[in-house]
Ligand binder design. Structure first.
Ligand code: SF4
Ligand code: SF4
Length: 366
């Protein structure tokens, strides 16, 4: 069980502001961390692979000036990147160095699904991490999860986990098996850490008609607040991570954590209306996590889905053509190798979607 008390809002370090060269903008990101910390956020979540392996270095640097016991630092074992059981120790020790800490408060097996869990078992990753816990280098051990309810039960039965990290938001609860996952954790009294509460930003800028409904009910720019307030209210949720990319996001989210939107009948009605609007558009529910990358054929998978979703939401076929023409590698160049599907936490049928997008584009009249 997790002992230290966590803030309602956690700072996710996967979408930090970047320089034009694609490196983390340390100055801007440091200000965001400072603001969050000064306003009560004490949970910081990073991972080996975020920002091309730069995220852990950044947060280690950013938190160095604060007393170690005043913040909760979480990072993750990139099981999907391990090439041998021995690599587990190499990665773990390097993470301690990168983050400039003696221990991690929360440590996770990253992105567990049927395949990665099998690998974790084959490589005895949990056994290694349990050893580190005994040595005091990990306070709480958990895993982030992207698969079905039966897989979750199987992983939970394996050892005495301290917490589980789940992708939860009102879209996934309404359209997937997220509610089942919540029930399983609640039954076992396991704290839940929420990731993707705004679905990679999708719920804050989805269908214009949906946003209008939120504006009418709560005033402008409340879509993120509504999505966050929804997950704050889920039973068993210990902390909700938001991957914030600018100071406005931090200020907004901190304010929401201080005064969430009440989850009453009005909120339920607004959310139902938003879901109906989203459903009418058939966008691709990609969260831009980029776990599917790189693609051997050179497709920029998340960028293609983002471009396609913009077209579906706003209906600008000329803008769609402009973006398609810019692409060096088109959706139709997918060779259906399937590599991306194994890595995609949303279990998207990526090769089929690429074909469909290309066919839809080819069928457009200009
Ligand atoms: S299936 Fe297509 S999109 Fe996916 S990795 Fe292979 S070539 Fe790339
Ligand atoms: S296609 Fe899947 S893995 Fe790739 S960015 Fe989207 S959600 Fe992530």
């Amino acid at each position: 069980m997790m002992k230290k008390s966590t803030s309602l809002l956690g700072f996710g370090c996967m979408r930090l502001p970047q320089t034009p060269e694609g490196k983390i903008d340390y100055e801007h990101a440091q200000k965001m961390v400072d603001y969050a910390y000064e306003n009560g956020v004490n949970y910081f979540d990073t991972a080996w692979n975020y920002h091309n392996e730069e995220s852990e270095l950044f947060i280690g640097q950013a938190l160095k000036k604060y007393p170690r016991e005043s913040f909760i630092l979480a990072t993750k074992m990139p099981v999907f990147k391990l090439e041998s059981p021995e690599m587990t120790a190499t990665v773990f020790n390097r993470q301690l160095e990168k983050c400039q800490v003696e221990y991690f408060d929360n440590y996770l097996c990253h992105s567990m699904n049927r395949d990665s869990w099998q690998k974790a078992k084959d490589f005895k990753v949990v056994e290694y991490l349990t050893e580190q816990k005994k040595l005091g280098k990990i306070k709480n051990l958990g895993f982030s999860f992207h698969d079905s309810a039966d897989q979750l039960e199987g992983i939970l039965d394996y050892t005495d986990w301290d917490f589980v990290q789940l992708q939860l938001n009102y879209y996934d609860v309404a359209t997937g098996d997220a509610q089942q996952l919540i029930n399983i954790c609640n039954k076992r009294n396991l704290p839940i850490i929420v990731m993707e509460p705004i679905r990679g930003g999708f719920l804050s800028r989805c269908v214009p008609a949906a946003i209008e409904k939120i504006d009418a009910a709560y005033g402008e720019n409340k879509a993120s607040a509504l999505a966050l307030s929804y997950v704050f209210n889920i039973p068993g949720v210990a902390v909700t991570l938001s991957g914030m990319s600018c100071m406005d996001h931090v200020v907004d989210n901190v304010n929401t954590a201080k005064a969430p939107i009440p989850m009453d009948e009005k909120a339920k009605e607004v959310i139902d209306g938003v879901l109906a609007e989203i459903k009418a558009f058939k966008t691709v529910p990609c969260t831009k996590c980029a776990y599917c990358m790189p693609c051997p054929a050179g497709l920029d998978i998340p960028a293609i889905f983002a471009m396609y979703n913009d077209y579906k939401l706003f209906g600008n076929k000329f803008g769609f053509r402009r973006e398609m023409e810019k692409l060096e590698v088109k959706p139709g160049d997918c060779i259906s190798c399937g590599n991306c599907m194994n890595a995609c936490p949303q279990r998207l049928e990526i090769p089929q979607l690429m074909q469909d997008i290309q066919a839809e584009y080819d069928g457009l009249q200009f």
